[in-house]
Design a protein around this ligand. Structure first.
Ligand code: CU
Length: 313
């Protein structure tokens, strides 16, 4: 046992792993003891009562022994009960996430994993979570059945299409852990391998902030992604058609008129204000239904959206 793992089990790096391992070792050592007892006695009797010399020896008429029958009924029954209640208790613990768990959405599809975080960030093939904090996984599949398995956490749960399944873990150490798909899901099943990256709370927050901000692509492309992923697309078109909100087509530099009769030329500060405090100025002819993105979009995201809006001539 212990964190280095053993011949039988990988390192134990989650809060439930210790108990899973204890039950495993209990069953394992009980089996070893019974194996030695049964095979040992068999071997001993075979030797002790082997045929010797020319004369045949017979035992006296012997039908049964109450003491032995009660013993070999009661002891295994107790063992089975212990394993059942211990295991059932552990099963419940592993299936009911603590109330304050952080929820991460897990999506399996041929042949990779994707993850969505409460902040709106997302990642592919690498699930990032803070240490010493319960994390609940809400899982579904886009195609066939997959299975989410992190050996070091002793967490394993099927991921199904058309249904949500849940699992949870609380990592006890920072580091990187293997994530496997353990349900054969097609030709590249064996390559459906990911990582669980456990960070300190601080690093996790930093990661979240950076996660939504890919530095390998241009700012306006990032803005376009955010336009789609942050649901702007449900209320704002880019082809000039007004929807719940005004279209973004040609928005840059145009003069906007507001419900209170005032007007201004659309610039960076106005867009920033529209995103963080949408009701400060309500565009004439529209309802003040835009949600605030305060706390959801960071400054960098707003920069990206502004860059994108500038491209929509
Ligand atoms: Cu799979």
């Amino acid at each position: 046992m212990g964190n280095g793992g053993s011949f039988w089990l990988p390192p134990a790096s989650s809060t439930v792993a210790g108990e899973v391992d204890s039950i495993f070792y209990f069953v394992y050592y009980a089996s070893v003891v019974l194996f030695i007892l049964v095979i040992g006695l068999t071997a001993f009797f075979v030797f002790r009562y082997r045929r010797r010399g020319g004369t045949r020896q017979f035992t006296s008429g012997f039908s049964h022994s109450n003491v032995m029958e009660v013993t070999w009924t009661v002891i295994p029954t107790i063992l089975v009960f212990v394993i059942f209640f211990w295991g059932f208790n552990g099963f419940l613990k592993m299936h009911v996430a603590p109330k304050d768990a952080l929820q991460i959405k897990v999506t399996g599809q041929k042949w990779f994993w994707s993850f969505d975080y409460p902040s709106g960030a997302s990642s592919v093939n690498e699930i990032v979570a803070p240490v010493n904090k319960p994390v609940e996984l809400l899982m579904s599949s886009k195609d066939v059945i997959h299975s989410f398995y992190v050996p070091d956490f002793r967490v394993k749960m099927d991921v199904l299409p058309n249904r949500y399944t849940k699992a949870w873990f609380e990592a006890t150490e920072t580091g990187e852990y293997n994530l496997f798909c353990t349900e054969y899901c097609g030709t590249k099943h064996s390559e459906m391998i990911g990582k669980v990256k456990i960070l300190s709370e601080l690093d996790y927050q930093k990661w979240l902030e950076a996660a939504d901000f890919d530095t390998t692509i241009a700012l306006h492309e990032m803005g376009e992604r955010l336009y789609k992923s942050k649901a702007c697309v449900t209320c704002h078109s880019i082809d000039g058609t007004p929807m719940n909100g005004p279209s973004f087509k040609g928005i840059w530099g145009k003069t906007e008129h507001f419900a209170d009769g005032s007007s201004l030329t659309i610039d960076e500060n106005y867009i920033r204000e529209s995103i963080l405090n949408p009701n400060a100025k309500v565009v004439a002819g529209f309802q003040p239904i835009m949600p605030t993105y305060q706390g959801i979009l960071k400054d960098r995201h707003i920069d990206a959206i502004i860059a994108y809006l500038k491209t929509l001539k």
